[in-house]
Design a protein around this ligand. Sequence first.
Ligand code: SAM
Length: 218
Amino acid sequence: MTPPNANALDRTNPHAVAPQVPANAAGRHASDWWLVFSKFLRQGTAIASVAPSSRFLARSILKGIDFDTAQCIVELGAGTGPITKELLKRAKPHTRVIVVEREPDFCARLRKHFPHADIAQADARDLDQLLDERGIDKACHVISGLPLPSFPADLRDGVIAASARRLRENGTFRQLTNMPYVYWKLYRNYFEDVKFRLVPLNLPPGGVYVCRRYRRKV
Ligand SMILES: C[S@@+](CC[C@H](N)C(=O)[O-])C[C@H]1O[C@@H](n2cnc3c(N)ncnc32)[C@H](O)[C@@H]1O
């Protein structure tokens, strides 16, 4: 796992190759799109998405979060950062935002787009360690872009259990999907209260599960 000050380490690494990201918004969008698509072609279910989430999906997954009171929000599986962008726009100065992504090329892109953000190049399974290193006990919300349905069951159980354990009371676990409604039952196995929001304006049409009250002992 990469330590929390990995940003600094990477920037001083003489062998690190800076990704060429166009300066204008349209160029950045196309470049992110191509990066996600090419990773999907090579890695398939580990990426599980042909394109970055739309801004509509990103806004939907954040809807209802009280940013005035949120102390800590964790994003797991950030990709090139479409949700990160909306999250950082809304976060108040008192909100710790921790962005976790395993894929190095996506992390490089995230650091380019959001140079002041806390980007951890790490596996979501190490959530406990990531929070401990930062002296954070509980998060108010965990936002997941992880392809949880394609994870091995024990890994999925572990990531959801760790998220639930580190959520404060009344916190939410929010999961995006590109297969609307299909996994409702899956998330109902983990949480007592699961609501689904359809987001047609996404490629492909997607949605968001907002989960509360973990079922198992945490
Ligand atoms: C469906 S993409 C979502 C990307 C982005 N959140 C979005 O909305 O466009 C899933 C992301 O999860 C990342 N990922 C997959 N397994 C992971 C793991 N175990 N730990 C951290 N990130 C992981 C992938 O590298 C990929 O960036």
